[in-house]
Ligand binder design. Structure first.
Ligand code: SF4
Length: 261
């Protein structure tokens, strides 16, 4: 089907628009004739610049189009070919958008021995102590770190409010939050469970750690409104309690006595 698209601002150049045969000839120089299909129309790219489109019939290239761009220089009679490329159309199968390696890493991707350095300006972290306002080189900073360590100031960097918010959001929306299937079916919340281990700091307002070795979440961060069937105060209804076993029956017959019958 002929599909003509024209840009709004540029005026179509009659010679460039008419140069369909020239475009097909240029295309045939690089592509197999059997790979060139019907003419699909043209697009006006700019002043005296037009792209002619042809269907690509090469197996495996469904929806792709040959694109031949032609142009006519000012005050020139002849049209020349700028470029010939294969471009994906709307129905073409194309690779998903490139995602940088750093953004592709997911929890669980790290193998033993792998290193995943954090950027110096990672917004999830803030310095635990300040180096002061004077510019310091790396040696000076190393000395400050050593003194801070000797004084027991602890880690060089700690979670920033942004890092904390991101962690809280992730945990709350994850398997340890209130919307997980196990929490939805739980008889009670972690807040009232004896197995909940309390945290320190701002995150302790919403989260604790499950310390029940029988629970799915043992050792994981759980929100107070999470819960599970292993809650410390869960009791079975009478009808679900194990039935008492009948008295044991002692069989006093031996094989000799059996043979006598
Ligand atoms: S046992 Fe269940 S209810 Fe108790 S803290 Fe762990 S996850 Fe929460």
């Amino acid at each position: 089907m002929r599909n003509v698209t024209t840009t709004l601002r540029a005026k179509p150049d009659a010679a460039a628009v008419a140069a369909v045969d020239l475009a097909r000839e240029a295309l045939a120089l690089g592509a197999e004739p059997s790979d060139i299909g019907d003419y699909l129309g043209h697009q006006v790219e700019g002043e005296r610049v037009v792209t002619h489109l042809f269907a690509c019939t090469r197996p495996g290239y469904v929806g792709w189009r040959w694109s031949v761009t032609v142009a006519r220089a000012p005050r020139q009679k002849y049209v020349t070919v700028d470029e010939v490329v294969l471009v994906p159309g709307e129905d073409a199968i194309v690779a998903p958008e490139w995602v940088p390696y750093r953004e592709r890493i997911q929890p669980g991707d790290l193998s033993p021995g792998d290193l995943l350095p954090v950027d110096d300006d990672d917004p999830r972290l803030v310095p635990t102590y300040s180096f002061g306002d004077d510019p310091l080189d790396q040696d000076d900073k190393a000395q400050v770190r050593m003194v801070a360590q000797d004084l027991g100031l602890g880690r060089v960097r700690t979670l920033s409010p942004e890092g904390r918010d991101l962690a809280a959001e992730r945990w709350y929306d994850g398997d340890g939050g209130p919307s997980s299937p196990v929490a939805q079916a739980a008889p009670d919340h972690c807040w009232t469970c004896g197995f909940l281990v309390r945290l320190n700091g701002p995150l302790s307002e919403l989260f604790g750690v499950c310390g029940n070795g029988d629970a799915n979440d043992d050792g994981r961060v759980v929100s107070y409104d999470h819960g599970c069937g292993a809650h410390s105060e869960v009791r079975l209804a009478k009808k679900h309690e194990p039935q008492p076993l009948p008295e044991p029956v002692v069989d006093t017959l031996s094989t000799d006595e059996l043979e006598r019958f």
